[in-house]
Design a protein around this ligand. Structure first.
Ligand SMILES: Nc1ncnc2c1ncn2[C@@H]1O[C@H](COP(=O)(O)OP(=O)(O)OP(=O)(O)O)[C@@H](O)[C@H]1O
Length: 232
């Protein structure tokens, strides 16, 4: 798996969301994408998975431009968007069957993933009936169903209770042993618990891209480092 982001820019009207950013990701690792509200994290994630049209630059996935190899790229990327859009009227298993059909993958994989994300007791329920934590797990299930090499998670534990947070983190950790995971979060404990590398975005620019110990560096804690790098 390789991902190269080269001089990527994206504007919304006069608002610059990404300002010529460069990132290279090679091996299996869990990367924390950090930045204040409005920094450009979601825009970057959506650009990588092809959900947003970029203005300038290039995104190469396994050496190929994602905008010219959309189908192939999507086969190997999984995405959990920030608001976790699901079909509330569908049953859990019915929904995952639907996603499996889109990816043309074997149906046995559905039960494997249901087990992995811990939704076995909920699999026959309607999505609308699930708690927020279980909905999040269904979102994670759809993102990993096709065993993507690159998994992109936009604030995956946002709004979950402490037990659910631990459970979802454990699932992410397990996946990160073999796959590359990019996750955005505002929770520094999460970064501490999961990530080996930190990419900090501020006002559309990458201002830090380093390992977690270097990021913490002289500041003593990730919170202090974050505040120091991003204060205006
Ligand atoms: N569809 C859009 N239309 C107009 N402006 C947008 C759109 N999406 C994002 N923006 C703007 O682009 C900038 C970057 O937004 P983005 O959602 O990428 O930030 P973020 O780092 O994910 O923030 P948060 O932590 O609040 O989720 C912001 O100024 C935002 O208002």
């Amino acid at each position: 798996m390789s991902l190269q982001i080269i001089n990527l820019s994206k504007k919304f009207g006069s608002q610059t969301a990404l300002n010529g950013i460069n990132i290279e990701i090679g091996k299996s690792e869990i990367i924390g994408l950090l930045g204040p509200n409005g920094a450009g994290k979601s825009t970057l994630m959506k650009s990588i998975v092809g959900a947003l049209k970029i203005d300038q630059g290039a995104i190469l996935f396994n050496g190929k431009d994602v905008t010219q190899n959309e189908t192939e790229s999507k086969k190997n990327m999984g995405f959990l968007p920030e608001n976790n859009p699901l079909y509330p009227e569908m049953y859990v298993k019915e929904y995952l069957n639907f996603v499996a059909d889109l990816h043309k993958i074997r149906k046995e994989r559905i039960d494997e993933v249901i087990e992995l994300v811990g939704i076995t007791p909920e699999k026959s329920k309607k999505i609308a009936q699930l708690s927020k934590g279980y909905k999040q797990r269904v979102g994670l299930a759809q993102a990993i169903l096709h065993s993507p090499d690159l998994l992109i998670l936009d604030e995956p534990t946002n709004g979950l209770d402490p037990n659910q947070i631990i459970e979802i983190r454990n699932v992410i950790k397990e996946i990160g042993k073999e796959k590359t995971v990019i996750l955005s979060t505002h929770i520094m404990q999460e970064v501490e618990a999961l990530c080996s590398r930190v990419i900090l975005i501020h006002q559309g620019n990458v201002i830090q891209d380093t390992n977690i110990d270097e990021f913490r560096g002289k500041y003593g804690s990730l919170e202090e480092a974050f505040a120091s790098y991003t204060h205006e």
